[in-house]
Design a protein around this ligand. Structure first.
Ligand SMILES: [Cu+2]
Length: 475
């Protein structure tokens, strides 16, 4: 029963919501790579790695898993050689065992015409479900078990009845009776053994159940009119704590607030920590309604989590948005336009989705490219960095089973990357505002088919702008 319950609540939830695959785009020395890592659902398990090189001068790609922190971070095992694809020489694949839950990195070492290059991609690993026993195995093992059980009972009976007889002699009534007693006793003993085995199995399953990832819960409540009080509630998972958070582009929590079910209003806020696991956020002016909250945090190990909540709010007079906080709007989901590639921004500016003719399929990595132009179609000249980045994007499934906060370097949190300074010398490198392009791109892949909303945030002329787009994804 426990096993069934574990199967039913088997949506992977850590590091974003329902979007476990890791997408990273960046440089390994002189080589630009798009890396996709699909962590296993069960740890220990095998992660699938896909690497696409932008240039064709890559000769060999080697991959190796390491812990992000602790002694394991320095003791690299021998790397595996990733296999180049037969059809596409720029595409490499490999698989790696992740032996323990927690914060891992996949180190990618590239060799090619321009010399060596290395990059490390953080990968959170956690068992998100218990694997069921395969049907074929059950169908094979149960008859075999029954055969053994009754085989042993009948062997015991035959031994009691005929073992001491000369060949050809019929057993007398006493021997037959003794044989029946032996069979009953054997049956009882074997039942006991099977029961003990089942106890052992259940206890092992229980231990494993404790290791299954349990997401942080977010408790949210409105106080003093427009102050949102948040608390991270740890249901207990391994040795996780809530007092080890590290800042991700200067904020301990990135909170998306989305009006539901229409997803027509979105805010990207940064609550202040007031104590262990406690945060507060002054809310901006908001209409009354139901809101979904997605709070991104990163632990000191580099392990990211998204704590979620939903709550009903009354109309809020609110405070003006300050600092890095920003808000945006889009059309209600009921009027979602899956062909629209233009989102209006302020002052007549527009955000253009350079989508091309691609039709999206689940579990494929794509480059999502957006361009900002002025009213006359010229590229925006006054783009700025928003929290050190050219842009921030949130991919949200219309049914809210998926939420992913993605940056131009991918779905990996910057805070986790900054824990790997030697392997990622450029990750902490802040770009300047000068000559920032009017274009931003995000590597990401939808985890499953369905309707999605994409909120893209960029900063222009001192103001954060939000472009809202819709995408339909096929299997
Ligand atoms: Cu962001």
């Amino acid at each position: 029963m426990k096993l069934l319950a574990a199967l039913l609540c088997s949506i992977p939830l850590f590091a974003h919501v329902g979007s476990p695959d890791v997408f990273y785009e960046g440089e390994a020395g002189p080589y630009r790579l798009l890396i996709t890592i699909r962590p296993p659902e069960v740890i220990p398990g095998v992660a699938q790695i896909e690497i696409r090189a932008a240039s064709s001068d890559v000769r060999q790609v080697r991959i190796v898993p390491l812990r992000i922190t602790g002694p394991g971070a320095r003791l690299a095992p021998a790397p595996d050689v990733a296999q180049p694809s037969k059809d596409d020489p720029k595409f490499y694949t490999g698989s790696l065992w992740l032996m323990n839950p927690g914060s891992w990195q996949v180190r990618v070492q590239v060799d090619g015409a321009q010399g060596p290059g290395t990059v490390s991609v953080p990968v959170p690993a956690a068992s998100t479900r218990m694997l069921p026993m395969q049907g074929v195995l059950v169908a094979t093992l149960i008859p075999l078990g029954l055969l053994l059980f009754f085989g042993l009972v009948s062997i015991a009976g035959a031994a009691g009845r005929e073992a001491q007889l000369e060949p050809g002699v019929q057993p007398d009534a006493q021997r037959v009776r003794r044989a029946r007693i032996t069979m009953v006793v054997t049956g009882v003993l074997l039942t006991g053994v099977v029961w003990l085995g089942n106890q052992w199995w259940s206890s092992e399953a229980g231990t494993f159940q404790d290791r299954i990832f349990k997401p942080l819960r977010l408790e949210a409540e409105l106080e003093h009119g427009d102050r949102l009080a948040l608390r991270l509630n740890d249901p207990g998972w391994l040795n996780r704590s809530t007092d080890d958070l590290i800042p991700d582009h200067n904020h301990l929590m990135h909170l998306y607030v989305i009006r539901i079910p229409q997803m027509d209003l979105v805010w990207h806020l940064h609550p202040e920590r007031t104590g262990d696991a406690r945060f507060v956020q002054s809310l901006p002016a908001m209409p009354g309604g139901r809101y979904a909250l997605y709070g991104d945090i990163v632990h000191a190990t580099g392990f990211p989590e998204t704590a979620t909540a939903e709550l009903d709010l009354p109309a809020i007079a609110g405070q003006p948005l300050a600092g890095d906080d920003a808000g945006g709007a889009g059309r209600p989901l009921a009027q979602a336009d899956y062909n629209s590639l233009v989102a209006p921004l302020s002052e007549g500016y527009q955000m253009i989705w350079e989508r091309g003719t691609v039709s999206y399929r689940a579990r494929q990595p794509y480059e999502f490219r957006f361009r900002v132009q002025d009213a006359s179609g010229r590229p925006a000249a006054d783009m700025e960095l928003y929290m050190g980045m050219q842009g921030h994007a949130a991919f949200v499934a219309a049914d809210r089973t998926v939420f992913a906060h993605v940056h131009p370097s991918g779905s990996v949190p910057m805070a986790a990357l900054s824990l790997l300074p030697e392997a990622n010398p450029h990750a902490g490198h802040t770009m300047t505002h000068e000559g920032l392009p009017a274009e931003v791109s995000f590597p990401y892949g939808f985890p499953k088919a369905g309707a999605y909303r994409i909120f893209v945030q960029v900063k222009r002329a001192g103001k954060v702008e939000t472009g809202t787009f819709d995408a339909r994804v096929e299997n």
